[in-house]
Design a protein around this ligand. Structure first.
Ligand code: G1P
Ligand code: ZN
Length: 548
């Protein structure tokens, strides 16, 4: 089909005013994305902003949730009409977020459009999302997000090519005029990447001899990757990889790997017959939850433990130049960084803030409290990578997971950590609460309550050390004399109402106090946070909807 034979239509529409990406892409209810022109208009705003030159390439794929395939057909029609020279699509329309990032790098594509709402529920009544990544695989930065948003508010027409539906299950190449469309299987390339970092042979023999492993894929995107890596390559029995078939509603599960949602794997870890290592990932495969007999490794601890033991992993033997964590993440990694004499950066919430630091080589490892960890191997967080890291660590150290964790606490201290989420139905109430907190910041230092004294309170502003860009108002933090810290911020990934996140952490260096129940250790901070924010006054809420 030559370009001139392609039927390209210019469709007029009213501009949308709500296409501003949040913490990780444009995320809304499926029904919003189903509105006529909604996707096409947003995609046109992306293409108008990025301006693809002849020869430049685009990656497309998603986590397989409801609407994934329909969205892909629409996006391909837009891409063909906008004459993007070369388009790669994951087989069946599937690409995990880290695999998509890897594919952008391997194919030297200019960008990737990833269809995911990450850990949010799927299905017709669930959420959908569009995330933009740019070469060499990083999440779109603040500046680009704003440019696309500005453009989207003015779009009055978009281009669309009238092409037949693409058969996403057939690997191969199709040409539409000068546009080349390639359906590819991304799993082998992803495995090649993992093979550069981990000792597969060692892991395999350890799994054969000693370690029982269990993984829950939540019927999301990682199932096929996990089967190939853990079963085919590492010899894990098939039945140890559960919920491995990708489904558009995630089998009715909430694919958010945390103790509240990953009940099956959590309960298994707490049972007498717990395997030695258990893990789960999320909808698009970028999060990880790590558990062992009788315990879950908190994400902040996981990052700290990975850094402390990184030299035993082949890909990190040469050492790590720096580390980063998002501001509300537990400060467990800080003490490891300081003992190694490497910098520890504190960034706003959202993976995109790590990307510049990773790209410039300032850091080699980074993570967030929300079960996201990764390294310089990718510019995205990476669930399966983190799990392989733990498997390699267990094999290399020849220790059990609880031994590794307890030894780490003895050496570096334990940082008790919790996140309390309050679900507020009225966005105005949430804004009033934040406004009130902001106004009270200056009066807080010196105030004594709940067993300690506030020594500092401020709002976190971030200047990117690479490009100098400034991101203001990224969370209100309160520091106590006894080492405790509370952080308040509103979620940027929800699709209705507002979620107040209250993050609590408290370091404990005294060995005899390292095995307490976090609920007990943090209850005073939790009460202090509820009082400082006047949550009950502003919202009527008495308790958080979840504690993680
Ligand atoms: C949440 C997490 C954040 C993560 C993001 C995308 O964002 O808190 O760490 O980067 O999801 O996975 P939030 O809803 O808090 O804005
Ligand atoms: Zn995710």
């Amino acid at each position: 089909m030559s370009q001139s034979n392609l039927n390209i239509k210019q469709v007029t529409c009213e501009p949308f005013q709500d296409q501003k990406a949040g913490t990780a892409g444009l995320r809304k209810k499926v029904t919003v994305f189903q509105k006529p022109h909604y996707i096409e208009s947003f995609i046109q705003a992306i293409f108008d902003t990025l301006r693809f030159d002849k020869g430049e390439k685009l990656v497309i794929g998603g986590d397989g949730r409801f609407f994934n395939d329909i969205a892909i057909q629409k996006i391909v029609s837009c891409a063909v009409a906008n004459k993007i020279s070369h388009i790669y699509i994951g087989k069946d329309g599937l690409l995990s977020t880290p695999a998509a990032s890897n594919l952008i790098r391997c194919t030297r594509s200019k960008a990737g459009i990833i269809l995911t709402a990450s850990h949010n529920p799927g299905g017709a009544n669930g959420d959908f999302g569009i995330k933009l990544n740019i070469a060499p695989g990083a999440q779109a930065n603040e500046k680009l997000i704003n440019q696309i948003y500005e453009r989207s508010k003015k779009i009055t027409s978009y281009r669309i090519a009238e092409i037949p539906n693409i058969q996403l299950d057939k690997i191969g190449i199709k040409n539409f005029g000068d546009v080349r469309l390639e359906i590819i299987d991304p799993i082998d390339e992803y495995i090649e990447l993992m093979d550069q970092f981990f000792d597969f042979e060692l892991i395999q023999s350890h799994l054969k001899k000693k370690v029982k492993f269990h993984f829950d894929a939540f019927h999301a995107v990682t199932g096929p990757y996990a089967k190939k890596i853990f079963c085919d390559l590492l010899g894990v029995p098939q039945e140890c990889i559960v919920n491995a078939i990708s489904k558009e509603d995630f089998g009715g599960m909430h694919p958010d790997p945390n103790p509240n949602n990953a009940k099956y794997i959590y309960n298994l870890a707490m049972s007498k017959s717990s395997p030695d290592l258990l893990a789960a990932s999320d909808g698009d495969g970028d999060r990880n939850m790590i558990l062992g007999p009788g315990m879950m490794v908190s994400p902040g601890d996981s990052l700290a433990i990975m850094l402390a033991n990184s030299v035993i992993i082949p890909g990190y033997r040469k050492g790590i130049d720096g580390v980063a964590r998002s501001m509300p993440t537990s400060r467990a990694v800080d003490s490891v960084a300081s003992s190694l004499g490497i910098p520890c950066y504190e960034t706003p919430t959202g993976w995109r803030f790590f990307c510049n630091l990773l790209e410039k080589g300032h850091i080699g490892l980074c993570g967030e409290e929300s079960f996201g960890t990764s390294s310089l191997h990718a510019l995205e967080k990476d669930g399966l990578w983190a799990i392989l890291f733990w498997l390699n660590m267990l094999a290399g150290l020849e220790q059990s997971l609880p031994e590794i964790v307890h030894q780490h606490w003895r050496r570096f201290g334990r940082c008790y950590y919790q996140r309390h989420d309050y679900q507020i139905s009225d966005m105005n109430q949430a804004s009033d609460l934040i406004k009130y907190l902001r106004q009270s910041i200056n009066s807080l230092p010196g105030k004594s309550h709940f067993g300690s004294k506030i020594i500092d309170a401020n709002e976190f502003n971030y200047t990117d050390p690479v490009d100098g860009s400034i991101s203001e108002n990224q969370g209100i933090r309160v520091f106590y004399e006894n080492g405790g810290r509370i952080v308040f911020r509103l979620s940027g990934t929800g699709t209705s109402g507002a979620t107040l996140r209250m993050y609590l952490d408290k370091p404990e260096s005294e060995i005899t106090r390292q095995h307490l129940n976090p609920n007990d250790v943090l209850s005073e901070l939790a009460n202090a946070g509820a009082e400082l924010s006047r949550i009950n006054h502003f919202t009527g809420l008495k308790n958080p909807v979840s504690i993680i």
